[in-house]
Design a protein around this ligand. Structure first.
Ligand SMILES: Cc1cc2nc3c(=O)[nH]c(=O)nc-3n(C[C@H](O)[C@H](O)[C@H](O)COP(=O)(O)O)c2cc1C
Length: 231
């Protein structure tokens, strides 16, 4: 039986434009480059020393994270420590979290917004906006976040577990966000970096700024930078 070919709307509009003599270029797609990250390195700081050192530091200085520092922190929070499995436990190994890095002022990583891809240990560029541009809408709420040179954004897409209700789905997702956050904060302490936690801001506005789909929610921000003398 003959079936009429199905044309995607974007293709259809270009073809119509050609036919009508008014072909327009489709809207510019956001940059999608993939950036390889250095492999995680074995540290020398004992776990109990990082637990001792971890605290919220809100006065964070630059320069922003180097590529190697960013790689180590991303891997700690969501990286694979064996094929298909990550540093942080996950209900049913479904991995509902997303991890983004927004940064500007790094010597080795360009300003912009990046998404971490655990299975390839790479960063995908999702935008060119750095901290001050992306977090502008929350400046009045908590200015210290917007002054940080690098901010990690933990997102969650609530687990689709058939045996559980929607409350449990979100609970499990928040649980993992907490575990991933603590892993990143301890790694920051091991690298002698300052870090903090913030969810008392308009997280939905940040999701919109990141261009997230409606089902993917911003759960927490983790600003990271250099500690100032005496901190
Ligand atoms: C879920 C959560 C949300 C938080 N949100 C904020 C926040 O919006 N702004 C902020 O300055 N600190 C925030 N904090 C940090 C706490 O204020 C901080 O952890 C607490 O004062 C204890 O201090 P410490 O982290 O130095 O041990 C948050 C902490 C958690 C666990």
């Amino acid at each position: 039986m003959f079936r009429a070919p199905v044309l995607r709307p974007a293709l259809l509009s270009v073809l119509l434009g050609v036919v009508l003599g008014s072909a327009q270029a489709p809207p510019a797609a956001p940059p999608r480059e993939s950036l390889a990250l250095p492999a995680p390195s074995a540290g020398t700081v004992p776990l109990d020393a990082t637990l001792q050192a971890r605290r919220t530091t809100r006065d964070l200085a630059g320069p922003a994270l180097s590529l190697a520092e960013a790689a180590q922190l991303l891997w700690s929070a969501q990286g694979e420590n064996r094929p298909g499995r990550r540093t942080v436990p996950s209900a049913h190994a479904r991995y509902p979290l997303g991890l983004y890095l927004v940064t500007e002022g790094s010597p080795t990583l360009g300003p912009g917004t990046y998404c971490y891809l655990p299975n390839t240990h790479t960063l995908r560029t999702v935008g060119t906006r750095g901290v001050s541009a992306l977090f502008g809408s929350i400046r009045a709420m908590q200015p210290w976040i917007v002054k940080a040179p690098s901010v990690f954004v933990v997102t969650g897409t609530p687990l689709n577990l058939s045996s559980r209700g929607s409350a449990a789905k979100m609970d499990y997702t928040f649980w993992e966000a907490g575990a991933a956050s603590q892993a990143l904060l301890l790694q920051a302490a091991a690298l002698a970096l300052g870090s903090g936690v913030a969810s008392g801001v308009d997280l939905a506005a940040i999701g919109t700024a990141l261009g997230l789909p409606p089902e993917e929610k911003v759960l927490v921000l983790l600003p990271v930078g250099r500690m100032k003398p005496g901190q």
